[in-house]
Design a protein around this ligand. Structure first.
Ligand code: ADQ
Length: 384
């Protein structure tokens, strides 16, 4: 792995996850209470023995840098690049341009291979196996792939391969796929031979019609001219691109046999949590993940609570995600909701999400579905 430089693309806006990505970059979205999405590729890099890792940020980059500085950059010698540092024009036009603007850095280090990763996927992967397969096949580009049902094809780059696995066709986010029930989707992670990458990025940078994106421009243009192969990841992988996918990926952790094992110590997922006291659970709490620093007096069922969440007495929370520092007052009923970081829900509020209700900073006053003033007043009168 000494001959590999890794870039983690972390500058996307994650617009389909608004409002959760309005004030935080998508790579910082929490998962399973204490983890952030960026922890997954970073932990995979660390566990795979990769040490030349550069994270390329853009959107709300100061938040990302702040988080990375607390643990990842300090402890693991991981470097962070923003357009001002790497680029000439102050912003990256697309994913390929983000790498193009760092070509000088690549030329200085002069590795044989470049590993390009996304920052918003949940998975465990040994990149050493990915590299071995790339070298064995004498590929010039290898694309990490997973199988997905064809109904989900519109969210991904979809590949067609010959019998021996070489890529013969690639469509970025096709509207519809004919035939088969399942198809091969690009994970948006790539290994390039450095000389090929440099050549193709130069060509792309001078192409007026290009959007400078790996999925839309670079990969389709390479299929016919270069040796492009797939590497199939035969285990759990999720791109949490939408609110529904984000909610379902989290809730999957509460199944009796979760599809992703947070407790696998042979491939640890590292994170930064800060100093927090233990959680104090005074009441009935079932089938839930409770992060440190929580204080629970009400009833919590099938939910995930981030660090420092407070749930007051008389309140019932079910099938919900309460992110860091959320405070739920007395006699509330919360069901199928995502409540964003730091939101305080007043006493006797009812939030019933069908399918899922997101309470984020700006929405909280306007969009509370039912406000039961009389019940609240009666109950508060009783408790004095
Ligand atoms: N200007 C910029 N500067 C720096 N970083 C940026 C950036 N724009 C986006 N990024 C980052 O690059 C990664 C990929 O973002 P995209 O928006 O291109 O992914 P998308 O999911 O649409 O498709 C891609 O990923 C899916 C798998 O999720 C594949 O199937 C598909 O073929 C592929 O195009 C993300 O981590 C994002 O944060």
């Amino acid at each position: 792995m000494k001959d590999v430089v890794c870039f983690i693309l972390a500058g996307g806006k994650g617009e389909r996850l608004f409002p959760l990505t309005k004030s935080r970059p998508k790579p910082l979205l929490p998962y399973g209470g204490i983890f952030r999405l960026i922890d997954f590729p970073l932990s995979n890099c660390l566990n795979s023995g990769l040490h030349k890792v550069f994270i390329i940020g853009q959107y709300l980059s100061y938040h990302l840098l702040d988080y990375l500085n607390k643990y990842w950059v300090k402890e693991n010698n991981i470097k962070y690049i923003t357009p001002q540092q790497g680029g000439e024009i102050g912003c990256f036009k697309g994913t390929a341009d983000a790498i193009y603007q760092n070509l000088k850095l690549i030329q200085e280090i002069n590795p044989s291979y470049i590993l390009i990763l996304a920052s918003d996927h949940i998975y465990r992967m040994d990149y050493r196996d990915f590299l071995m397969a790339h070298i064995e096949k004498e590929a010039e580009l290898s694309i990490g792939v997973v199988e997905v049902p064809k109904e989900e094809a519109y969210r991904f780059g979809i590949l067609e391969t010959s019998l021996n696995g070489r890529v013969i066709n690639f469509l970025e986010k096709p509207r519809y796929i004919m035939g088969k029930k399942r198809c091969l989707a690009s994970m948006g992670i790539y290994i390039f031979n450095t000389d090929v990458l440099i050549k193709i990025l130069y060509e792309d940078a001078h192409n007026l019609y290009s959007t400078h994106d790996f999925g839309k421009d670079i990969i389709p243009s390479m299929i016919k001219k270069y040796k492009v192969w797939t590497y199939n990841l035969d285990s759990y992988w999720r791109d949490v691109g939408t609110i529904d996918a984000y909610y379902e990926a989290n809730m999957g952790l509460l199944r009796e046999e979760p599809p992703f094992n947070l407790y696998d110590s042979s491939w640890p997922i590292n994170t930064y949590l800060g100093q927090l006291p233990p959680s104090n659970v005074f009441s009935l709490t079932l089938n839930s993940l409770i992060s440190p620093g929580c204080n629970i007096k009400g009833q919590v069922e099938s939910s995930i609570l981030g660090p420092g969440v407070f749930v007051e007495e008389g309140t019932r929370v079910s099938d919900s995600l309460l992110l860091e520092g959320v405070k739920i007052g007395k006699y509330c009923r919360i069901h199928r909701a995502i409540i964003d970081r730091g939101i305080e829900i007043e006493n006797a509020r009812k939030i019933l999400g069908r399918p899922i209700f997101v309470v984020s900073e700006k929405k909280v006053e306007k969009k509370m579905p039912i406000f039961i003033r009389e019940i609240r007043d009666k109950k508060l009168a009783k408790i004095g």
